[in-house]
Design a protein around this ligand. Structure first.
Ligand code: ZN
Length: 290
């Protein structure tokens, strides 16, 4: 497939983009690339995994493994949403000494695809064994689809699987709205239901494993769609809000925690396209500081 060959150098490209972005901004310490993935596709078993979104939304398992390995070898720090909030946004906590020389990055996976658990988690376990590094990933979930047992859904994550990933310390479980609805098109009451119900269901699933209620404390806008009203409601129930706008976070001047940019990662994007996008990104620092 042409798509496959086009995609091969993608993981290498991503690492170079991250480095490039750091160079562009002059100060590597002030940027955090937040990569926005969906599900995982296996080249060796390249069948359709879901009719819900086109396959190009998903990412190659083989390429992702290469990417993760490069990131580990290049001394990246895989942030949780709470890490980003505490150490970089609010700066309410000092970065622990062991992490000060590391490069922060965040890997996010939207919409709760089962392939994250069946295809990615085994890789995370393998890498942990090999490098003694835990790659923590952020899951932004729509719990209206949340079934109890793993066998209850072929396409989406179950509560049982979320609990396994949380217990082993690989999953940071966060909210993406109850039904994945565009919040900018809803009445106020519906917005509240989407925000509040999502939080309640996710926390009910993980309650006993999450005494500090870190689960469902942060939010990713479905479709990245937001406006002032949506932002105000999200700020009532969540500590921060994530976009899907193909930009990199510069936290130095970031004072709005409800507009955290994420880079779009999909199957079809060639390395050249992504590098071009990265080069075209304006200096967010100067914008945010105005
Ligand atoms: Zn989504």
């Amino acid at each position: 497939m042409t798509v496959k060959t086009q995609n091969l150098p993608f993981s290498i490209a991503l690492v170079s983009i991250i480095a490039l972005l750091a160079l562009n901004f002059g100060s590597p310490e002030s940027t955090v690339p937040i990569l926005g993935f969906h599900g995982i596709l296996d080249h060796q078993n390249n069948k359709s995994i879901s009719g819900l979104v086109p396959e190009e939304m998903h990412y190659s398992k083989q390429e992702l493994e290469k990417l993760l390995e490069s990131l580990i070898l290049n001394d990246y720090w895989f942030l949780s949403t709470q890490d980003l909030y505490d150490f970089f946004l609010t700066k309410s906590q000092a970065i622990p000494s062991g992490y000060r020389r590391k490069k922060p990055i965040m890997l996010t996976f939207d919409d709760g695809y089962k392939s994250v658990h069946t295809k990615l988690l085994p890789i995370l376990l393998k890498l942990e064994k090999k490098y003694s590094t835990k790659v923590q990933i952020v899951l932004f979930l729509n719990p209206s689809r949340l079934v109890q047992k793993a066998s209850d859904s072929k396409t989406h994550l179950s509560c049982q699987e979320l609990r396994e990933g949380l217990q082993t310390g690989f999953y940071d479980i966060q909210s993406h709205g109850l039904n994945h609805r565009d919040l900018t098109k809803l009445a106020r009451r519906e917005i509240i239901t989407e925000l509040l119900q999502a939080r309640t269901i996710l926390r009910r699933c993980t309650q006993d494993l999450d005494p500090q209620q870190k689960v469902a404390s942060h939010f990713a806008y479905p479709y990245g769609a937001y406006n002032k009203q949506v932002e105000i409601y999200v700020s009532r129930y969540y500590l921060s809000g994530y976009l899907y706008n193909d930009e990199t976070l510069n936290y130095t001047c970031k004072n709005n925690f409800y507009q955290i940019p994420r880079l779009i990662v999909n199957y079809n994007k060639s390395s050249q396209q992504i590098i071009k996008t990265a080069e075209a990104v304006p200096a967010i620092s100067s914008q945010a500081c105005q």
